[in-house]
Design a protein around this ligand. Sequence first.
Ligand SMILES: *[C@@H]1O[C@H](CO)[C@@H](O)[C@H](O)[C@H]1NC(C)=O
Length: 728
Amino acid sequence: MIRGFGLLLAVLFCTCLGVHRENFRTCDQSGFCKRHRNLQPGTSDYVVQPSSLRLSKTSLMVDVINTKNNVRFLLQAYGLQHGIFRVKLVEAEPIRQRYEIPIGVTLVAEPEQVELVYQGESNGQLKFSLGDNQMVINVNPLRLDFLINNEPVSSLNAQGLLMFEHTREKRPTKEEADEGTNEEGAAEKEEEKPSDDEDDTGMWEETFKGFSDSKPNGPTSVGVDIAFPGFRYVYGIPEHADSFALKTTKSTDPYRMYNLDVFEYELYNPMALYGHIPFMVAHNDKHTVGVFFQNAAEGWIDIQSNIADKSVFSNLADFVTGNTDVPQTDTHWFFEDGIIDVFVLLGPGPKDVFKQYASLTGNTPLPPLWAIAYHQCRWNYNDQDDVRTVDQTMDKFDIPFDVIWLDIEHTDGKKYFTWDGSRFGDSVEMLRNLSSKGRKLVTIVDPHLKRDDNYEKYTDARNQGLLVKNKDGNDFDGWCWPGSSSWPDFLEPKVREWWADQFSLEKYQGSANNLYVWNDMNEPSVFNSPEITFPKDVRHLSGVENREVHNIYGMLVHQATWDGLLKRSGYKERPFVLTRAFFAGSQRSGAVWTGDNMGEWSHLKMTVPMMLSLNLAGIHFSGADIGGFFKNPDSELIARWYQAAIFQPFFRAHAHIDTKRREPYLLPEDHMIVARDAIKKRYSYLPYWYQLFYESETTGMPPMRSLWMEFPSETNVFEKDDQFMTGN
Ligand SMILES: *[C@@H]1O[C@H](CO)[C@@H](O)[C@H](O)[C@H]1NC(C)=O
């Protein structure tokens, strides 16, 4: 077993540089991505039935029919406080309930509804107003336009790309198969007798790199196009290693959103990374608007910036007077499962959109002051003597720091919540020594539990039935750092409570109140699985497949850890927990870093657009590994990286186990002085940072800002992502 694992690791982590692209699906290798991407703009089959309109003071409900197959849907829309519309489209009579993310996971609370005024029906349109904003539902075909003071700023299904794959039984009955008049009947018939046409395959089973995905529920995807008339630029949908202003995806894959552990990720491409937030902002010199698509499944987003096509969008273009060259950005969003649940945030300015987004998904709680100071990390500080030496040498060189970190090697055999006794036999004394100088320790706690009968966290979770299952109903068994591992099902509140309890001083032996936590590998990373994560047909305890909830798993690990530290202090102290995987709402449990970057100038440059995207999408407490995780950067790059990072929210140096030691005092003297001056400057700015985080918590305004956030009508800065603002 051990030898097999060694071989597996050697294959996965060969020293050759560069992402193993072949480990990750392209759109062409994903059935639902292809099905949505192959749709052509045109007249939508979805039609509203206005006679079914039901109104309440704050919402409406109306039937929608797919005229191709007569499947019925319910369109619901709500007026929400601060100028937000929420639009939900669900199947009217599903065979199987679709997953909807519970309140408290992404949404901080049930959003407060406000009066939605129905202005009546005319010219085949139902008109509503919400303060200064309007929503117009075009009946045939279904299209929803959103307007600020009668000026259209966003439109759903303007291109007619809405597709909602309704729930269905795997084997059609004889009669249904004989009917064959509707699209689905035909598709199912072809399932029985596989056709040569590749686009029809993959509805009920898919294979990727020899892994089979059982897809018991068949095709379940949802998607719709969202246009931003009048906008040349859109931003957000982190995390991608790409420019801040999002690119046209005409000649690439769409931007992918599927939390993955992408080893040695490449720059400037739309591949998925560790965390995702389906929140996009469009900005022009007059308006800023946002769209939050609440869906936890794998997603892809196509983007095209055009000149508005008046033949397709005649109704929209009517609103735009004079100018014939109206820019427009067309986006197309599709997810493998779930429902259509779109929040349209109508600004009208950047500050309004950030406030609106925070009102939905919550704020970043003010971090403890030390958490925004300097963090010294490496994989690994080898033992307690190493920790003491680093601590003392930093003092000797007069380099301030507040936190030292331990990576996976500090544990007994990668069993989290334990210590390698030969190297950290006196962890409590080590913590006390750090504490005497006001310093903290962060230890890594990953969500995979070593399947070892002598490991109490594992046996406890197993015996209580808290572990994620495979498709056959047994505890899922996958490979991660400790070898054979299982994963607690963080979707269950009782599992999160169990996890939180493990952080008490009693249960986390050898810890102390100045120990804080870092959650890594929580996408989750599974070395021997398709795309290095859970197979999609892995089962959660509630019965849902991981396919339905994949992108919120890591966030729930983070939340449960946060709760654990809160609980440990009797709800008195602000916790600190760093996470690699994240989703919309992760800001409520603290810090995020951009994962395993490289010690290269290009990666230093990339920290700016990546963090601007994170800050725009509510992840304000974010940072990149100073120096770069992989490779051996030269001392000039390290010094420059410190200089840039002092103006970014989370300030931590980190390095891979195979790199040369690079604590700042090891730099040649000239660069050591540069790095030390930078770190000292960071300390001199701490009151300003603290103030910015206070502003973040109270207003939703990100501490790290693009230029347009401060200068919204300066069109020449809309594309800039090699400069940024720290506060205003
Ligand atoms: C704690 O500090 C004392 C005094 O410097 C030192 O002798 C001892 O070895 C330290 N303990 C640990 C575990 O680092």
